[in-house]
Design a protein around this ligand. Sequence first.
Ligand SMILES: *Cc1c(COP(=O)(O)O)cnc(C)c1O
Length: 389
Amino acid sequence: MQLKRKRSIDTLAAQAGVDADRAFGSVSVPIYQTAIYRYEKFGKHRGFDYSRSENPTRQAAETALADLEGGTRGVAFSSGMAAIQAVMTLFRTGDHILCSDDLYGGTYRLFEQILKHYGLAFDYVDMGDPRAVEKRMRKKTRAVFLETPTNPLMKIADIGGVARISRKKGILSVVDNTFMSPLLQRPLALGADMVVHSATKFLGGHNDLIGGAVVTVDPDLGERMHFAQKAVGAVLSPFDSWLLLRGVKTLAVRVSRAQQNAEVIAAFLAAHPFVRKVFYPGLPGHTRRELHFSQADGPGAVISFELPRKSAVPPFLNALKTILLAESLGGVESLITHPSTMTHADIPLEEQAAVGLTPRLVRLSVGIENPDDLVTDLAQALRKAKGHR
Ligand SMILES: *Cc1c(COP(=O)(O)O)cnc(C)c1O
């Protein structure tokens, strides 16, 4: 079912949206800032009637994302969470979903604090071992939902292995590919049924939009996602669709540069005496590193690391000057967060501890600045944190 990609991914990204404008061939897709479309005559419109259902700018962004992920259909939402919620509309009361045990905090919050009340059941497992995943599947299991590398502990899931077992049992496999972006990892080609994205991160890439997407291979599934988009209504606006297309054009150069920077920084951190532990698939010794490189084209640009003690975290974060203390990842600016109290604050502390997420951990999303400036900034902040009592 996989559509064969005709051109390489960096070309697809650079030319995202080109040829989408049927009226004038404008290379930058116009922002169709309209809610409605005039009918030609009774019973006949020109493919668009109401922008919650379809909008040409959004459609261009959706086509671009489908192409990048190697799917047949892309559906764009007003946020990554809205995209994940749309996937969840496929399930009914009593259905069971198996998830990665180190999920993005907002996804965990949606599952545990909203969807549980509708009678969906969620379990959390290590997705790196397909046999262990299989053992946790129940009669009512309808889907597996995985992230790889996970946020923030960089655990590696076996996309192909889990997808294969799921398919055999008629269970849908859904991969949140936000951390890698389609430039580095394409789960549909590995056998997954659906990919979800927070387009806010690498796809948008400039920390200027909130968006999300679902990409599918099976056209029926794509149609159901489009139905959920229209029925629920959390659509990506025309302007944000345009920003997303604009961001996607530089995906290849941004991600490559950020990843190069991240490799330099990970090596610096790993060698630093005041850094207790570094989590980055690019470092030797990372658990399931081989598995990661069997399914991804690079280690990515997100690094988590632990300081020796919790009390060193605030002085360290406050001392950073170039690296911004802010809650996101995947943009051109380097950002740092404290997952335990920021992005993952809605996960109870005992559960954070159970998966190995400690208050000593910080997560760095490496941007495209000069790597020397980033290393210098980290070095001076580590020095200050070390001296702090
Ligand atoms: C940010 C993020 C989300 C949620 O996306 P929003 O655009 O913030 O709604 C989901 N999954 C992962 C892995 C994320 O990093």
